[in-house]
Design a protein around this ligand. Structure first.
Ligand SMILES: NC(=O)c1ccc[n+]([C@@H]2O[C@H](COP(=O)([O-])OP(=O)(O)OC[C@H]3O[C@@H](n4cnc5c(N)ncnc54)[C@H](OP(=O)(O)O)[C@@H]3O)[C@@H](O)[C@H]2O)c1
Length: 376
């Protein structure tokens, strides 16, 4: 029986897919990929997975252990032909739902992809359970389900509080997805994984996801910061997150388990973070001017709305991420640390290579194209 994984062309899903194939040498994957044909699906997967594997191994996996289903979460039965959908149900032994819209500015996109898409996943899981039983449903959620918080250490069990306001449509829809899964899949072993801000790999500076890095680089260059120096920011390395998803999905513990995939109480303060960066770059650390937070946010809002000024994209990014930077809230991670036997790497230890790689490559991963067949 195969693991049905969504989101495998994305940043976290690609890493989780590679880990699943590596940790479980006998296991195969069913992947949902948005593509018109198998070759396009493989090329899209190669684009995402080349951060982790070389082409010969990738190709070998595609030919022997990976089954691609060409579909979309927002279509009924993923838009698959009846025979392909039946095949997906028949061969799915467990599910990892990692795909989502992270577009915090689009309620429509979050509603369609996150809510309607997760309902499609739940229906698939129910059909697989009815057909032959489902071993586990793992859902990749987010710490943002905890809603608007300030100066807290949030525990897994108390994160969802329906009386609390949400930050954005993304957080709201992800919160409801958790609820839907637990309500509709009662009796099936469930993992809910809630990553915090996933930024960079602790083993090297390379990344394929740059939005948050851009915001981080922008802040790192300012001579002053509109932040409180002793606030903490919960950033976690993607290699820790992807390891946790794969290992905890593959273990056989029953019941509903909630995990913060985060740095928790060990999250660095802004003073620590900027101190490391300043030292690495032989620069003076920035001044902290928390009283400028409101005017800074107003300026960011103003710039985000003015396309003609050429920095609206960066300002829009800042607008989206500012709440996550100023809430001084971290997410207790003792459960996942106990399960894996090790903690995530502090961001202070690997932020500089990430910054260097991003600047050297102008915030673009130098992708290797699909190898062309040699003529003759
Ligand atoms: N990155 C973070 O900092 C972070 C933090 C907390 C939680 N998370 C959660 O982690 C998960 C993965 O995030 P990520 O950063 O890896 O996101 P990502 O790089 O944007 O990847 C999103 C994935 O979802 C797929 N997808 C989107 N819409 C789809 C649709 N209609 N049908 C089928 N697939 C669709 C994308 O496929 P295409 O390639 O076809 O677009 C892609 O594979 C999400 O559930 C997110 O909520 C992320």
């Amino acid at each position: 029986m195969n693991i049905f994984l969504t989101g495998s062309t994305g940043y976290i899903g690609a890493h989780a897919a590679v880990n699943l194939l590596t940790f479980s040498p006998e296991g195969n994957l069913n992947l949902l990929v948005r593509a018109r044909n198998r070759q396009e699906a493989w090329e899209r997967l190669w684009h995402a997975w080349q951060l982790h594997v070389d082409f010969p191994l990738f190709r070998h996996w595609m030919e022997t252990r990976v089954h691609t289903f060409l579909g979309d979460l927002t279509s009924s039965r993923f838009g698959l032909e009846e025979e392909a959908y039946r095949e997906l149900v028949r061969t799915t032994g467990s599910v990892i739902h990692c795909a989502a819209s992270l577009n915090r500015r689009s309620e429509k996109s979050c509603l369609n992809i996150n809510l309607r898409g997760t309902l499609e996943m739940v229906q698939l899981a129910m059909r697989a359970r009815q057909d032959h039983g489902l071993e586990r449903f793992s859902h990749v959620s987010t710490v943002a389900v905890a809603g608007q918080r300030q100066d807290q250490v949030v525990q897994e069990a108390e994160a969802v509080d329906w009386e609390r306001s949400d930050y954005d449509p993304y957080a709201r829809t992800k919160k409801y997805c958790e609820h839907m899964i637990q309500e509709l899949l009662a009796g099936i072993p469930i993992n809910i994984f809630r990553p915090s801000i996933v930024l960079g790999d602790s083993r090297h500076g390379r990344t394929t996801q740059f939005d948050m890095v851009r915001a981080f680089v922008f802040l790192a260059r300012l001579p002053f910061l509109p932040l409180r120096p002793d606030d903490r920011v919960d950033i976690v390395n993607v290699d820790f997150v992807a390891e946790a998803i794969a290992r905890l999905h593959l273990d056989r513990t029953p019941g509903v388990r909630l995990f913060h995939l985060s740095s928790g109480a060990e999250s660095p303060t802004y003073r620590q973070l900027t101190g490391v960066l300043a030292q690495k770059q032989n620069r003076r650390p920035p001044l902290f001017l928390p009283s400028t937070e409101k005017p800074f946010v107003s300026l960011v809002d103003f710039l985000a709305a003015r396309r003609s000024l050429g920095i609206s994209r960066l300002a829009s990014l800042m607008k989206v991420f500012m709440p996550y930077l100023t809430w001084n809230t971290v997410f207790d991670n003792r459960r996942v640390v106990a399960e894996l036997g090790h903690a995530p790497k502090p961001f202070t230890e690997y932020c500089y290579p990430l910054l260097q790689f991003s600047l050297e490559n102008n915030f673009q991963f130098p992708h290797v194209p699909w190898p062309q067949k040699k003529e003759g």
